[in-house]
Design a binder for this molecule. Structure first.
Ligand SMILES: [Zn+2]
Length: 270
């Protein structure tokens, strides 16, 4: 699942305004989006703070004004100062043939996956910053989690350093957070891959390379996954859910049968 970045603030704002949606894991995300919205329609700082407070009061479970008011004020003042009310609306990222060829030429799948993920990040950051500088500013753990490479933090730094050695990226600091510039982006070449689903997107690359990658057959899911055997039709999550559902249904169907069986066998109350 990609990064901590929220790519579709516009959709989220609509969901909030229409249905009272709140990002319960990180309410500050909702606060930020609402702040941009209210300021953009001409409210002043005070009105914006009040509107957000009212929104949360109405829609958030166990909302506590006292606990949240400082965070709301800080966020609203920050956005008002920056005058940046634009809502992110990143729908897709395009990957070109030359870029993919460069990645494939690394000829080491772990490094290929890392390079691919960095390229996707760079293209997302280009859209966020409205430039073509290909700079990535993200935490290593997010990058490696997206790349599905499970290694220690120290090894993460080393892998990035290897890409620097190959001339594919440049980087400023190597701690756990680094600014990385992707050098092999080439948007002049033909677009071969369009990524619009940022869950498991590293599999797009593996699929392009010809690996056996499937799309989950649950219409509401459709996530890409790497099947452990060829008969897998669903991703792990959906397979598990389906399995539980089948188990539950079988139990319901047989419930009366079991109950009758138990009653007839009851030796204490014949
Ligand atoms: Zn699924």
């Amino acid at each position: 699942m990609i990064m901590k970045l929220i790519l579709n603030e516009k959709d989220i704002l609509n969901k909030s305004l229409e249905k009272g949606y709140i990002d319960n894991k990180k309410p500050i995300n909702t606060i930020k989006i609402l702040a941009k919205h209210y300021l953009s329609i001409g409210m002043n700082v005070r009105q914006t703070i009040d509107s957000i407070n009212n929104f949360l009061l109405k829609n958030m479970d166990k909302y506590n004004s006292v606990k949240w008011i400082n965070s709301i004020e800080t966020m609203v003042i920050k956005i008002h100062k920056a005058k940046d009310y634009k809502l992110l609306d990143i729908k897709q990222v395009e990957i070109t043939e030359k870029e993919l060829d460069t990645i494939k030429n690394i000829d080491n799948e772990k490094y290929e996956k890392l390079a691919f993920v960095l390229l996707v990040y760079a293209k997302i950051y280009n859209q966020i910053n409205e430039n073509d500088k290909n700079w990535v500013n993200a935490e290593h753990k997010d990058i490696f989690s997206d790349a599905k490479i499970a290694i220690k933090i120290i090894e993460q730094g080393k892998m990035i350093y290897q890409l620097v050695g190959m001339g594919l990226v440049e980087s400023t600091v190597i701690v756990d957070k680094t600014n990385i510039k992707v050098n092999f982006a080439n948007k002049e070449s033909k677009v071969v891959l369009v990524i619009s689903d940022f869950r498991n997107y590293v599999y797009e690359y593996l699929r392009w390379k010809g690996r056996n990658i499937k799309e989950c057959e649950n219409e509401e899911c459709k996530i890409l996954f790497s099947p452990t055997n060829n008969s897998n039709k669903y991703c792990k999550n959906c397979a598990k859910k389906l399995h539980n559902e089948v188990k539950r249904n079988t139990w319901h169907k047989n419930k009366d049968k079991y109950r009758n069986a138990r009653q007839t066998k009851d030796p204490v109350n014949p």
